[in-house]
Design a protein around this ligand. Structure first.
Ligand code: ATP
Ligand code: MG
Length: 538
């Protein structure tokens, strides 16, 4: 009979009735659920998640197909379920259909409470890894963050990141003295990657209010751990975003949570469905980052479980960290596939009672070969089991149920509305406008100064001209005066001489007639002038 115990992670039962559970103190040593399509991976994930929740351990699930959403509702009897309940004698062991406390999340804010973070929180290293930057570009990314930090510019969204990249590019010479060489060509390369990330819909993710990772850690009314369900139906269309997000969450948890070492049970457990999407086409740097984070997060009390179709989807470095393995049926029709199944079989500690390779290919739906870590951390011998049925609803939920779950959450009001605070983009935009205005004002002032100078010069020129005119007029007046004096003198002389001459002529005789008179006058005048000049000289 299956006994529902509080302190064990129930998974299933062997044909001989042995209960096979994951040891809670080894649950942070991570795990894997593999198997071909339709073999029972998602239900196994649900069973594990339910068990963790029952122990008061919160869970985070990436729901790729929407079929994990049913965890908020009680399961229902079907012929198949009745058979399984009977097979495990579950009715007497406390099995009851019930829903679990759930919180729905969605990066796009449609099928769950919006889950966001900021560029600053993501940090330069992780962002560089996600953007696939090379070493040089990664170095420049750190400088971008440093400059933003030094100037107290908040980097919230991709708009902020682009604004500061442009700002540094335009003023790169200014920054080089303090931060070293920042080639505009490197900044352009980073910019292109940021734009590419934006085009994948990342700007939805980068916004305030950023998630407080501690909100994942909650317990429901009956002390059950909350099951956080991230709708990933749209997210998995872009593996880059999916892996970026997964890495971000794990890194954030690593930074936020205290070191706890080995503990009786995990603080939080992650399940990543369709995990091959995280690794397919991922750069070497990204994979090694995932490997590193998975390795380190164990000491923070976080367990990570990857769900995938074939164990070969998981890179060796990551696979080596996964202590608890559940392998559903694998198919092998080609030699290449057989090789993969062989490798999967060899990854499990051999059980002399059955051939793992053969068994893996012959498993029915809901059956698995499992190997879990013992208390000493040593992998247990492979066991063939039937996985328990879940207590919550299998499959999807209606839109109405989802909506009331979302709006009924205490976290809804905290996160549903995005806001765009004053950050780098707004600051630099305003600064740009102010700089332009200052430039325009300086230009206007310079022009006015120039015009004033020109006017002053023209005025001075006019004044000079007027002075010159006055001087010339004065000169002319003087000249005229002198001329007038001379003329006056002349006129005195000629009138004296004329008179004298005329009188002399007259006295010489008026009998010469008119001609004689004139001649006499002229002669007289001439004589008079000679006489006068002689007089004046003397
Ligand atoms: N432990 C189980 N208890 C009850 N039913 C199960 C169990 N495992 C599998 N099933 C049945 O098998 C069906 C397929 O299982 P599941 O959805 O888990 O497969 P899967 O491996 O996740 O498939 P896919 O690769 O398409 O996602 C379930 O809908 C359910 O009816
Ligand atoms: Mg599935």
């Amino acid at each position: 009979m299956y006994i529902k115990t509080e302190n064990t992670i129930r998974v299933g039962m062997t044909d001989s009735g042995e209960h096979i559970n994951i040891n809670p103190s080894m649950a942070c040593r991570h795990g894997m659920i593999a198997g071909a399509t339709g073999t029972g991976k998602t239900i196994t994930l649900k069973v594990l998640a339910e068990s963790f929740s029952e122990m008061g351990v919160p869970v985070f699930l990436a729901d790729v197909k929407g079929d994990l959403a049913g965890m908020c509702m009680p399961g229902a009897d079907t012929e198949d379920m009745k058979k399984r309940i009977e097979k495990f004698s579950l009715a007497d062991a406390g099995f009851e259909y019930h829903g679990f406390p759930t919180v729905f999340w969605d990066l796009y804010g449609k099928k769950g409470i919006p889950l966001r973070t900021t560029i600053s929180e993501m940090g330069p290293d992780l962002l560089a890894t996600v953007l696939g930057l090379n070493d040089l570009q990664t170095g420049v990314m750190s400088i971008i963050f440093k400059i933003a930090d030094d100037r107290e510019l908040l980097l919230i969204d991709t708009k902020d990141l682009k604004a500061i990249i442009n700002y540094i590019s335009e003023n790169h010479k200014e920054f080089e003295a303090d931060y070293g060489k920042i080639a505009p060509v490197t900044l352009s390369a980073i910019m292109r990657q940021v734009v590419a990330l934006e085009m994948k819909g990342a700007e939805q993710f980068f916004s305030e209010p950023a998630i407080n990772i501690r909100d994942f850690f909650a317990t429901g009314p009956e002390g059950r751990g909350v099951i956080n369900i991230l709708d990933s139906s749209a997210l998995i269309n872009d593996p880059t975003l999916y892996s970026m997000f997964m890495l971000y969450l794990l890194s954030e948890l690593f930074e936020t949570l205290p070191e706890v070492g080995d503990r009786a049970k995990p603080g939080l457990v992650f399940f990543f469905d369709e995990a091959h999407l995280l690794f397919n086409g991922a750069s070497k740097e990204l994979i090694s980052k995932i490997e590193q984070v998975v390795k380190l997060i164990r000491s923070k009390g976080v367990g990570v479980y990857f769900v995938t179709q074939n164990p070969s989807d998981i890179p060796d470095g990551v696979m080596n960290q996964l202590g608890n393995k559940i392998e559903h049926a694998l198919h092998a029709y080609t030699p290449a596939e057989q090789k993969k199944v062989k490798a999967a079989a060899e990854g499990l500690r051999e059980n002399p009672e059955f051939n793992t390779y053969e068994t893996l290919m012959a498993l029915g739906t809901g059956e698995a070969v499992v190997s879990f870590l013992g208390e000493d951390g040593v992998p247990g011998i492979a066991k063939k089991i039937s996985v328990l049925p879940p207590e919550s609803q299998m499959g999807e939920i209606s839109d109405g149920t989802r909506e009331s779950e979302i709006k009924g959450s205490m976290l809804y009001s905290k996160y549903y509305e995005a806001y765009d605070p004053e950050s780098a983009y707004e600051f630099l935009k305003r600064k740009g406008i102010e700089d332009e205005e200052a430039k325009a004002a300086a230009l206007k002032a310079a022009e006015e100064e120039k015009a004033a100078l020109k006017a002053k010069q023209a005025e001075e020129k006019e004044a000079l001209k007027a002075a010159e005119k006055a001087r010339r007029e004065e000169e002319r007046a003087k000249e005229n005066e002198q001329k007038a004096v001379k003329r006056a003198a002349k006129s005195v002389g000629s009138s004296v001489a004329g008179t004298v001459g005329r009188e002399v002529g007259k006295s010489m005789g008026s009998s010469f007639g008119k001609f004689g008179k004139t001649l006499g006058g002229n002669l007289g005048a001439s004589l008079g002038r000679g006489l006068l000049s002689t007089l004046f000289k003397s």
